[in-house]
Design a protein. Structure first.
Length: 372
């Protein structure tokens, strides 16, 4: 499979997860910054109902939050279809009995967040269609999306993590009291989360056992699988970006950043991430002892390697009062607007936003399709 001098990149965004709007913001940021002299671009939106549509580039760049409401992929567009070709894939829109706006695709840049996109599903589709794509493969994406499986891999890889309990839907249905008893071994407060969610949607901070049932019900609105994590009291929230090394060496870690919350709970929830800016401060780089920052960077690289990630990832950690580093989670497709943490930590490391996009595309174009 050869790559033309001017590749066609399909930027895929939206999706039918709870993070639809966040994905739209990410796509707007990427398309505003990408070098249109180097690439032909196709904007492919997935609506909340799961339909694929093609949108104009300027229309996507204009997507923004209005009065606290996140943008959406419009439903009033013709359906788009994907077809495999001998050299890759082609996308087109349906106009009656004709196909229009036909584009051959050399690379997919999926900016989907959450289930049905970041979780290995669309990565599997790209693999079946022989399309190179930005980011991690099926297995790494799927395991990192499921926080229960993620914690299990981290434990097997001797990575530092805090105490947690997983609740499967069958176990909760059969014996909720036994599930609650298993949680009692954790110190409160605890955080009850959908196992396969993101952007803090469906997460509840629980101060005592009396609040567990309601919190589990809220998490199960988004995912029948639930994880309960012991809160790390008075910990600092630390994040580090990781990039695959183009030369095949060890992954490269960015500078380390810190999230400082200003609300009473100290909980970095959805609103704090994407809406009122006064709730949170992002410190890039974090004010850390150099040795501690180096340890965070090394742990982030170990996480990237343990999951066989490709392209990019963001590793979120807690730093306790005695400077112990605990891994919170791995994000294989972190938020990617210009103001998101991932581009900021790389900008502080000397990699500007447009250059970061170029690097990810080049990494994807260089890797083979199929098993690797």
């Amino acid at each position: 499979m050869t790559t033309p001098a001017r590749p066609t990149v399909a930027v895929v965004f939206g999706g039918n997860s709870s993070e639809h709007g966040v994905s739209c913001l990410t796509a707007a940021g990427v398309l505003a910054a990408i070098d249109q002299e180097r690439y032909d671009l196709v904007a492919v939106g997935i609506t909340r109902s799961g339909r694929w549509v093609q949108l104009g580039l300027d229309e996507v760049v204009a997507l923004t939050t209005v009065d606290g409401v996140l943008p959406e992929v419009p439903e009033d567009r013709p359906d788009a279809v994907l077809a495999r070709t001998p050299d890759g894939a082609r996308i087109a829109s349906i106009d009656g009995d004709r196909l229009v706006d036909v584009h051959d695709i050399d690379l997919a840049f999926s900016l989907l967040h959450g289930p049905m996109g970041e979780d290995g599903t669309i990565q599997g589709l790209f693999e079946m269609y022989g399309i190179r794509y930005v980011g991690s493969g099926v297995t790494a994406s799927a395991v990192a999306m499921d926080k229960i499986r993620m914690k299990q891999v981290m434990a097997l890889s001797a990575l530092p993590i805090g105490p947690w309990v997983g609740i499967r839907p069958a176990d909760w249905a059969a014996d909720p009291e036994a599930c609650l008893e298993s949680i009692s071994a954790l110190r409160f407060p605890v955080y009850v989360k959908p196992a396969r969610g993101g952007s803090s949607v469906g997460i509840t901070r629980v101060e005592d056992p009396a609040g567990l049932r309601d919190a589990i019900a809220e998490a199960q609105r988004w995912d029948p699988r639930v994880i309960v994590e012991e809160g790390v009291v008075q910990a600092r929230e630390i994040e580090c970006g990781v990039l695959q090394d183009p030369a095949g060496g060890r992954p490269q870690a960015s500078v380390v950043a810190e999230i400082e919350m200003h609300n009473a709970s100290g909980f970095y929830d959805f609103d704090a991430k994407y809406l009122p800016e006064e709730q949170v401060s992002l410190h890039v780089p974090a004010d850390l002892d150099p040795a501690v920052a180096a340890e965070v960077r090394e742990v982030a690289i170990r996480v990237f390697e343990a999951f066989d990630c490709e392209g990019l990832a963001r590793v979120d950690c807690f730093l306790t009062h005695d400077n112990t580093v605990l891994v919170n989670e791995l994000n294989t497709m972190p938020g990617f607007t210009r103001f998101s943490m991932f581009p900021q930590v790389w900008a502080a490391a000397g990699v500007a936003y447009p250059d970061l996009i170029d690097r990810l595309i080049e990494l994807a174009l260089c890797r083979p399709v199929g098993l690797r």
